[in-house]
Design a protein around this ligand. Structure first.
Ligand code: GLA
Length: 389
């Protein structure tokens, strides 16, 4: 993993946008994992994410104009953004910033012109939410620089709306939320219907979480993410026609024969199965983490994985191979995380096992898919904040 180059980026900022007597301020937003509660955050479900120590960093300085001058280190590209905004198909990374400015202005704050440089070390398309981190870093940097009275929770909602309305992915609120409110060493349980949340600190003892990146790149926008969401929504409409008391798919408690009477398609039945069974697994995981029963946490993670793969159909052969191999190798638990169709697997295991798993799996994965996989250890870290250059 590349480390962040704050000093070099400051020099680059000043050579692109010029030196003034005002230094740009540096803000950083983390990546995230999600322990359990996958594909339920747009259905009123409970999720259990944590912020981790991979980051997007933005340097931002007001420029006394109406326009926004933007530079991406990853794309080595400088773009001038002017109002009125329209989607930028040539440089899609600019849409995240345009979307955030647009949503802040919708709340009644005028965002003056600024210069911004963005860099980061969150692998893109890995299911670790590099785009949500970009939105939240940008929103937070604007709010702090121009002293807008916007809360962290509102920054999360602004980021989500930017993604829904400007970028085009109908994502839920989980990623932006944990990136905005995360705390070192804690995960949160977030009710995505009420947005009530609480911090949890779990002592993992002899266990650890780590990540395996399949290096299969996904694009949530091009993938079936939006389709899955609309299948869940249409399933709920049909269920409500017969059982009007349910307001969220996540809360549906019906037997198979009752579901049969709702005339769902085969796909809608499978999506409903995943969502409602995830509710039960989430309860088990929260209780088991609290009581230190990591075996039960692990088996719930495996169950969630196979439910995402078989019922929700958002995995892929490479990710299934990784989880299947981990299961045969006897790790405690593992599952795909995030939107799916590639990206990372979250692993829970006893601490002494890592090197052996890494050695075996790197070899077998390379042999089968002719692609390398990466293993990442991580720390649970703070949400978005200002840092010193
Ligand atoms: C992506 C979305 C989230 C969530 C997950 C799946 O990360 O951005 O809102 O839906 O997929 O749980």
């Amino acid at each position: 993993m590349d480390s962040l180059r704050s000093k070099e980026n400051l020099n680059q900022f000043e050579s692109i946008f010029g030196k003034t007597n005002q230094l740009p301020r540096l803000f950083q937003a983390p990546a995230r994992i999600n322990i359990i509660g996958e594909h339920v955050d747009y259905l009123g479900g409970t999720v259990l994410p944590a912020a981790i120590d991979f980051f997007v960093q933005v340097l931002l300085r007001p420029n006394d104009s109406q326009n926004y001058r933007l530079h991406s280190v990853s794309y080595q590209e400088t773009v001038e953004l002017k109002k009125p905004f329209s989607p930028n198909s040539k440089s899609p990374w600019v849409d995240y910033i345009a979307g955030v400015i647009f949503e802040i202005e919708k709340k009644g704050h005028i965002v003056p012109g600024f210069d911004l440089l963005v860099d980061g070390n969150i692998p893109q398309g890995s299911g670790l939410s590099s785009s949500a981190a970009f939105e939240v870093a940008t929103g937070y940097a604007i709010k702090e620089t121009f002293e807008f009275p916007i809360t962290r929770e509102e920054i999360a909602l602004i980021g989500q709306k930017a993604e829904n309305n400007f970028v085009g992915t109908k994502c839920g609120i989980m990623d932006q939320f944990i990136i905005a409110v995360g705390k070192k060493d804690d995960c949160i349980s977030l009710n995505t219907e009420t947005l009530k949340y609480s911090y949890h600190h779990f002592d993992l003892g002899n266990y650890e979480f780590y990540l395996i990146n399949s290096n299969v790149k996904h694009s949530l926008k091009d993938s079936a993410y939006n389709k899955r969401r609309s299948e869940c929504e249409s399933a709920l409409v049909k269920i409500k026609a017969k059982y009007p008391n349910f307001t969220q798919l996540y809360d549906v408690k019906l037997s198979d024969s009752e579901i049969d009477q709702c005339h769902l398609t085969k796909e809608e039945i499978k999506r409903t199965k995943h969502v409602t069974s995830e509710r039960e697994r989430t309860k088990v995981v929260i209780e088991s983490l609290e009581s230190g029963n990591f075996r039960d946490v692990g088996s719930a993670l495996f169950q969630t994985h196979w439910s995402l793969s078989k019922e929700f159909e958002v995995s892929c052969p490479e990710i299934d191979f990784i989880v299947d191999s981990l299961q045969s190798l006897g790790v405690t638990g593992a599952r795909m995380i995030g939107g799916g169709f590639g990206g990372c697997v979250l692993v829970l295991d006893t601490k002494n096992h890592f090197s052996k798993i890494e050695e075996v799996l790197k070899k077998s994965y390379q042999q089968k898919f002719n692609v390398a996989i990466d293993f990442y250890k991580f720390q649970i870290s703070d949400g978005v904040k200002e840092v010193l250059v």
